[in-house]
Design a protein around this ligand. Structure first.
Ligand code: T4K
Length: 388
């Protein structure tokens, strides 16, 4: 990608865009092409394309070992993995989730006739506030889904204490947190199980894909049955199920990308620090911090616009005019999207921090495709527009 330094004026004022090609958030990280082609040839020769093939099994074993968990159950995507985990845990009635997450966390419940009950977040960590979770517990509550948003660990211990106290199931949506840690332990082993997404836009991708990781043997066995229609051997269905299987070509991509993870994270870390340097001393924006002790994957560069909605949207417009397709993840929050805004029109009363945060955030592009000059140019657009 070719970039230029921001000229005296911005594209929003009629100047030429800084970037000739769009600069996307979520540009996929890609490992070694030749190795992927070798795996593809193997798949052809073997004529084994899906249904728990050897590459899926190898990927599962490598991920389980990497995350220090006993079981990794690979799936076709993170949303189906959430749905299967929710079913395997026997969740029903109401389940407490943040509204401040990607819509899939809430949909995975609603899709199965379970009510997502939205609890507010801590404005600093962007993760569930345990006190807010306590306030949302009712006799119908069966569980809590914590989200490690942006790859930063949720308040795992506090949520576990609440779950234990009230007899609730606890699982985590770890879609953003592949390879991250909490308290010296890899994310993956907390709660009853954790759900990963390997979507194209994630730091580690299998084109599309996901997994549930757990130390619980019985749970893993139930999920293996559920992802394959409930089959136990030929002609023998012993469980209700769906089709959640990961194809071999996806696992091949996973094996290639697993080897390249250090490079992906290095590139993200380098970009993150370049952004941090560019925004140092700028009052109008705050860059979301990561704690190096938790092995962040730095896949999201998140800035909070101090003045809120109007300035945030003006900055987004200025960035888009320059071909920088920054995102407003996860604006406006699940509770303000359909069907939840119609089902629970007053949910926002319990979510003041979510609403405030949603109105002020911007997610900026990062990844191996970006050069230091690209980062500097993106930051310069923001700084210049704020000063206008
Ligand atoms: N839980 C959480 C907390 C999640 O964030 C997600 C997914 C899930 C659960 C569910 O996991 P999956 O079922 O998806 O495995 C994207 C992703 O589709 C989604 O996986 C992700 N979270 C979410 C945060 O972002 P959109 O609607 O923003 O996608 P889209 O099409 O606008 O693409 C994002 C950007 O990436 C665009 O600027 C274009 C670029 N892009 C995208 C693709 C697919 C590329 O450059 N190349 C590509 O191949 O949801």
């Amino acid at each position: 990608m070719k970039s230029i330094r921001i000229p005296a004026d911005l594209a929003i004022n009629g100047a030429a865009p800084a970037f000739a090609e769009p600069l996307h958030v979520g540009r996929p990280n890609l490992g070694d092409r030749e190795v992927l082609l070798r795996y593809t040839a193997e798949i052809y020769d073997r004529r084994w394309l899906t249904n728990n093939g050897p590459l899926v099994q190898e990927l599962e074993a490598r991920i389980a070992q990497r995350l220090g968990v006993r079981h990794c159950v690979a799936m076709c995507n993170g949303t189906i993995a959430l749905e299967i985990a929710i079913r395997a845990l026997g969740l029903q009635g109401e389940v407490i989730v943040p509204s401040w997450t990607f819509i899939a966390t809430a949909h995975a419940l609603h899709w199965q006739g379970i009510t997502p009950v939205f609890a507010d977040i801590d404005p600093v960590t962007h993760n569930l506030d345990p006190d807010a979770v306590r306030r949302m517990i009712t006799p119908r509550t069966s569980g809590i889904i914590g989200v490690h948003l942006w790859g930063r660990p949720a308040t795992v211990e506090a949520l576990q204490a609440i779950a234990d106290e009230h007899g609730l199931q606890l699982m985590f949506d770890a879609a953003h947190a592949f390879d991250c840690s909490h308290g010296g332990r890899k994310i993956g082993g907390f709660g009853r199980c954790e759900v990963l997404s390997f979507h194209a836009t994630k730091v580690f991708n299998t084109f599309e894909g996901g997994a549930v990781v757990t130390d619980d043997e019985e749970l893993a066995e139930a999920m293996r049955l559920m992802r394959n229609f409930g089959f136990k051997g030929y002609d023998n269905v012993i469980h209700p199920g769906t089709n959640g299987k990961m194809p071999e070509i996806n696992a091949a991509m996973g094996l290639v990308n697993l080897d390249a993870m250090p490079q992906f994270v290095d590139a993200n870390r380098r970009n993150y620090h370049a952004y941090a340097e560019a925004f140092a001393g700028i009052d109008g924006v705050r860059l979301l911090q990561y704690d190096e002790a938790n092995d962040p994957n730095y896949q999201y560069v998140v800035i909070e616009v101090v003045q809120g909605l109007a300035v945030r949207d003006d900055l987004i417009a200025a960035l888009h005019a320059e071909n920088v397709l920054a995102r407003k993840y996860f604006w406006p929050g699940c509770h303000r999207m359909k069907p939840y805004r119609d089902l629970f029109p007053h949910a926002g009363l319990m979510l003041p921090r979510t609403t405030r945060l949603a109105d002020g955030l911007i997610v900026l592009p990062t990844g191996a495709m970006m050069s230091d000059a690209d980062v500097a140019a993106v930051a310069a657009i923001i700084v210049q527009r704020l000063a206008a």
